[in-house]
Design a protein. Structure first.
Lengths: 224, 236
């Protein structure tokens, strides 16, 4: 959430664009609040994604033109959106049947921390003054087929977010499949974090220094 | 003749007693029955347990109900949002109770309550603090937690249009929890912007069948929470 872009690695828009490249044509996709929302700007040519928003809309379109918005047509972040031709409205139990029932192909969520075992912490820092608020995150990670995380590699203070084991309250255990950061694309494998791709101009050691767990190189054979 | 329409908002909420459990429809401002909530503030019932996805924003609608001291406990998934200070302040000072529920679990608990299902197993929250103290069971190698159905004494919801039988249709993403809450409450009151004659709603498009609705009250031009918050309005 820092306003200053990192000196190395991808911008937030470039991170979102990188995720979009990996989403297959025809996928039903749920996007979390924040950086994940930027993905809608970068649908690759020739592909069609259908966006699900858990407050009851499949076929979510972009923000409305200035002055054209409706207070009762909003997304999970409570921002006004539009409904594309072919959209459908439904109630919350149906919406979470789509999620929990394994009908949504992919979700992209933000993260406070991800562990090398794929545990995700993204809803509370557990601080004494924090107001705990979980929303739909626990249902999403429990039910969606593929869970991608998009996040800055480190916190604003420079602390690693990819670590051996999460210290914040968990959203789910062993649920994250892949992480897109400003520095790299990293898969969660049975052997731990495995670098799939480094951002332009970033080398392996630079990413390892900023990661709180051992990274496997692309060429590193894993046990699985 | 069956006619579930009531003459005004005061009548619609007039029998809500102290200590009642009240489901309130809406996700953020979409579907929030602001006029019914304000009538409930005027009515003055206290020690309520309120079930809603959020805790309101600004000092109108649900946030105003909380600020007025009517609510002892909130059951919700996301008790903070933009322009939300009433609940966080009370919560930090220990003056209101919170039961935090994952959003899909909240929806299913309400649906189950309304459908006569006392409990169900869900994978959501397994391995997290929200599963602590709950019975767990393994099906086909996957862990699930037991969650209980939720019922309520009253539900206050907002629709777009209804007839005298209580058949309701909704407006876009304002539908959210309301059809579930209508099922789960002993007395469901819906405020609608339009009442139509029986037969004017196509049976194929009715979302909430009238059996789940006890009262219909006409609010022709409902306020939008975001407009009121922008104006700095507070209720009463």
């Amino acid at each position: 959430m820092s306003s200053t872009e990192p000196t190395m690695g991808l911008t937030r828009d470039e991170m979102a664009q990188r995720v979009a490249v990996d989403i297959p044509d025809g996928a039903y996709v749920n996007l979390g609040i924040g950086i994940p929302e930027l993905i809608t700007k970068f649908v690759p040519e020739g592909r069609e994604f259908i966006y699900h928003t858990e407050n009851g809309l499949l076929g979510m379109g972009p923000s409305p033109e200035e002055g054209q918005g409706e207070p009762e047509l909003i997304n999970a972040g409570k921002r006004q959106v539009t409904a594309l031709p072919g959209a459908a409205y439904f109630h919350h139990a149906d919406s979470f049947a789509m999620i929990r029932g394994g009908h949504i192909d992919l979700c992209v969520l933000g993260a406070l921390q991800v562990s090398e075992g794929g545990d995700l912490a993204n809803w509370s820092t557990g601080g004494p003054d924090a107001i705990p608020a979980v929303g739909g995150a626990m249902d999403l990670v429990a039910g969606v087929k593929l869970v991608y995380v998009i996040t800055q590699h480190c916190t604003k203070k420079g602390e690693p977010k990819l670590i051996e084991s999460c210290t914040f309250p968990l959203t789910g255990t062993g649920v994250v499949n892949r992480i897109y950061t400003d520095l790299a694309v990293i898969d969660v494998t049975p052997a731990g974090f495995q670098v799939f791709e480094l951002s332009p101009g970033v080398d392996f050691d630079y990413v390892q220094e900023r990661t709180g767990a051992k990274l496997l190189d692309r060429g590193t054979p894993s046990d699985s | 003749m069956i006619d579930k329409t009531v003459e005004d908002l005061a009548v619609a909420v007039g029998d809500i007693t102290d200590g009642a459990t009240v489901m309130v429809g809406g996700f953020g401002e979409a579907g929030s029955p602001i006029e019914l909530i304000h009538a409930l503030i005027d009515h003055g019932a206290k020690d309520l347990t309120v079930i809603n996805n959020n805790t309101g924003s600004g000092e109108v609608g649900l946030a105003a109900l909380i600020k007025a001291g009517c609510v002892a406990k909130m059951i919700c998934s996301y008790p903070r949002s933009m322009n939300s200070t009433v609940f966080p302040d009370l919560y930090r000072s220990g003056k209101i109770e919170l039961e935090l529920v994952p959003q899909g679990t909240l929806a299913e608990r309400i649906r189950a309550g309304g459908a006569g299902v006392p409990g169900f197993y869900t994978p959501a929250s397994v391995g997290t603090p929200l599963a602590e103290g709950k019975e767990q069971r393994t099906f086909d190698g996957i862990d699930y937690v037991l969650e209980h159905g939720l019922r309520a004494d009253f539900a206050l919801i907002k629709g777009k249009c209804a007839d005298r039988y209580g058949n309701v249709i909704y407006n876009k993403t304002a539908r959210n929890f309301s059809p579930l809450m209508a099922m789960a409450a002993r007395t469901t009151t819906v405020q609608v912007a339009e009442c139509v004659a029986a037969g004017d709603l196509d049976p194929e498009v009715v979302i909430t069948p009238g059996i789940f609705v006890q009262r219909v009250v006409l609010v022709p031009d409902p306020a939008h929470e975001s407009d009121l918050v922008r104006e700095g309005a507070s209720y009463p």
